[in-house]
Design a protein around this ligand. Structure first.
Ligand SMILES: [Zn+2]
Length: 425
């Protein structure tokens, strides 16, 4: 039986140019796009025809900063849960992300090769998953979740080994070993903690983490395995050191200034802001029992979030879509599209969640673009997303079809019978 599918009368969003191409046909063979064009083409032996009826077709969306194992905002509690339960929750988080139109996600630590394989084998419905394994952190760094006074090096003795547990490493030798362990376990990118964080109990937000030699060692080991490092960092100092050491993407980056953005630009680094998590925590942090110190840190980064996008954009630093949500707050993932409109145009936001994310992840031609050879990750929407992104918000209210690797996971297009009356030529 033919595995060929045809989407006709599509208005294709060309993520490279940011322009819409009306009246296109997209030919899909098994999991890949094989042809795209606005010229009439003869396509034989088609198993399925999808009439987009002039609607916009977007490449599947990419969220470049998620934690699919973060089923709870309580990261210490999460580390004590049995792996079976964490995995079950992750399955649901992955399914919901795919339903919102995210066909690829880059996990910023937590997910392992088991989850990745569960998606690949079709055991879990979810986006294609790029994993980092454990985040590499110094003692007392952002992924060291031990409260003050705890002396055991391995605080989390739980059976799980899932959750957001850091690989604690001090000194060049330990850092190399920690990175190599992630590589050994199939990491697609290496996550390092290069500065203070909001959710960690003992580190100052504006501080730097790891010595320059340690940062270099981490990047060197990542590059040795043909991978790259992504670094958690907020302050100008932390961002500058990380980028100069060879880090490819700065995660969050809320406190950057113009000079720091220029350093990022000159080193070819990307910025992955995650605005929605600060909005979510500003709304809910107190209710969730966060400490005063954590809420104070949150206030600082929340206020500076949108400014960091404006600064990066003005200096020409490429910006990629990320969210960094935890627990029930994952439901806010699509809200990120609207938050970014304070600093970017709708087209720029779409590019940040498609082609720019693909460039950062070294996946150009595979994802984030509707071109022959790419995975058949496609969304059909109501409305014009180059003017207005509200159809993507609220969990993707205006999403009519979600396809990943040629397989349809959501379809609320009018049925073929009903469609004939509204169909254009
Ligand atoms: Zn994160």
């Amino acid at each position: 039986m033919s595995e060929r599918q045809l989407i006709r009368n599509a208005t294709v969003f060309d993520s490279a140019t940011g322009k819409l191409r009306p009246r296109c046909q997209i030919v899909i063979e098994a999991a890949r796009i094989v042809a795209v064009g606005d010229e009439p083409m003869q396509v034989d032996d088609v198993a399925r025809v999808i009439d987009a009826a002039g609607r916009v077709v977007l490449p599947g969306l990419i969220d470049a900063h998620v934690h699919v194992v973060a089923s709870s905002h309580d990261l210490s509690g999460l580390a004590l849960q049995p792996p079976s339960l964490v995995t079950a929750h992750s399955g649901q988080i992955l399914r919901d992300m795919l339903q919102r139109g995210f066909t690829t996600v880059r996990d910023a630590a937590g997910a392992d090769f088991g989850l990745q394989e569960a998606v690949e084998r079709g055991l879990f419905e979810g986006p294609r998953l790029f994993i980092a394994g454990f985040p590499v952190s110094q003692t007392g760094g952002h992924a060291d979740m031990r409260p003050k006074g705890v002396r055991q090096r391995e605080f989390f003795c739980s059976c799980a080994g899932l959750g957001l547990i850091g690989a604690i490493a001090d000194g060049v030798g330990e850092v190399r070993r920690a990175v190599r362990e992630q590589v050994r376990n199939g990491a697609n990118q290496i996550k390092i903690m290069a500065g203070g964080g909001v959710s960690s109990p003992t580190d100052p937000l504006e501080g730097t983490q790891f010595s320059v030699e340690e940062l270099r060692a981490a990047c060197e080991e990542a590059e040795a395995a043909n991978l790259y490092a992504m670094a958690h960092a907020y302050s100008p100092r932390a961002v500058t050191r990380a980028v100069q050491a060879g880090v490819r993407s700065i995660e969050h980056g809320n406190l950057i200034d113009e000079a720091t953005a220029r350093v990022m630009k000159s080193h070819g680094a990307w910025l992955v802001p995650t605005l929605s998590t600060y909005v979510a925590l500003a709304d809910e942090g107190e209710k969730l029992g966060w400490s005063k110190a954590m809420l104070d840190k949150l206030k600082t980064v929340h206020e500076r979030g949108i400014d960091s996008l404006k600064i990066a954009r003005a200096e020409g630093v490429p910006i990629v879509f990320g969210t960094d949500l935890l627990g029930h707050m994952h439901a806010r993932q699509s809200g990120e599209f609207l938050l970014r409109l304070g600093a970017m145009s709708p087209v720029e936001v779409l590019q940040s969640a498609t082609i720019e994310a693909a460039r950062l992840m070294r996946q150009e031609g595979q994802i984030g673009e509707i071109v022959p050879g790419a995975w058949a990750d496609l969304l059909v929407l109501e409305g014009d997303p180059t003017r207005d992104l509200s159809m993507l918000a609220d969990g993707g209210v205006g999403l009519r079809l979600v396809m990943k690797s040629g397989h349809v996971y959501r379809d609320t297009l009018p049925s073929p019978g009903a469609m004939s009356s509204t169909q254009s030529a």
